[in-house]
Structure formats: C-alpha cells, structure tokens
Unconditional design. Structure first.
Length: 152
C-alpha cells in the first residue's frame, strides 16, 4: 500500500491511497462552512460526485462513470476521512477506472485493440472467451470475431 499526503496553504489536507486498484485521492477542507453548517466537510473522493457532507458517519455512493460500490466515511469537525477507495465497475481497471478490463489476456487484447470502452461490451467479450475456454472450444478455433457495439 502506498500512502502519501500534503497540507495546502488554505488548511486543506490531501491524502492519496493506492491499493493496487483505483487510487483514492481525498481532499478535505478543515472547518468548511460553505453551503453546509460549521464543521461540515468539503472533499474530493475519486469515484464520487458528492463534494460535501455534514458531521457524522455514513456511506458515499461511488456514482461517477466506471466506478461502483460505496465507501464508508467519517466527517468530524470539518475533517473528512474515507475508509477506502471507490472500486472500479465490472469491466474497468486502473488507477482511475478508465481502462476496460478482462479476466483473461486474449479478451483484454481484443478489447484494447478494438478501442472498446463500454463495460457491458467488455464483460460480454470476457464471458465469451472464458466460456469458449471452459468448454474446450477456444483451442479449436483459428480466429474468433465477436460482433459487438451497435448503431447510435
């Protein structure tokens, strides 16, 4: 785990945590009194579109594109602390969850070469390749051309 942090001139604190998956960058402004009450927490959490919360504990939805799940947090007297980072949605990986992912190298190679960025299409290709391998059909094929995408 790689953890680093810094304090800005305006009293803000930035913490960066990397656990091999998405990187969480949390910025909290101590004693923020913006749109909320005194002691509320203003923050930036990679994967969440929310930027402010009231004092207390809770869970934030990881609702930004290509992210999934929730993250537990604590906001105490203007200091925001996230328990973990937002997870990548199925079919995505990388520090910012923007890289289409797959569980096997052949599917991933096709996804990257074809420039597919849609999580549903990535998952379908991965399922196809995994199924062909499980049913011992993958090695019996010279080439596989999955039809993915659609007309917009």
């Amino acid at each position: 785990m790689d953890t680093g942090g810094a304090t800005g001139a305006n009293g803000s604190t930035t913490a960066k945590t990397s656990t091999g998956g998405p990187t969480s960058t949390t910025t909290s402004t101590t004693g923020s009194t913006g749109a909320g009450g005194a002691g509320d927490c203003a923050f930036v959490l990679a994967g969440s579109t929310k930027t402010q919360t009231a004092n207390g504990n809770g869970e934030l939805a990881c609702d930004a594109a290509h992210y999934a799940g929730t993250v537990a947090y604590t906001c105490e007297n203007g200091t925001f602390t996230a328990a973990d980072a937002c997870a990548c949605a199925v079919g995505y990986s990388g520090a910012t969850c923007q890289t289409p992912g797959a569980s096997n190298s052949e599917a991933k190679s096709f996804i990257v070469a074809a420039g597919i960025a849609d999580a549903t299409q990535s998952a379908a290709i991965d399922t196809l390749v995994t199924g062909l391998k499980t049913d011992d059909l993958w090695t019996k094929r010279k080439a596989v051309y999955p039809f993915v995408g659609g007309m917009k």
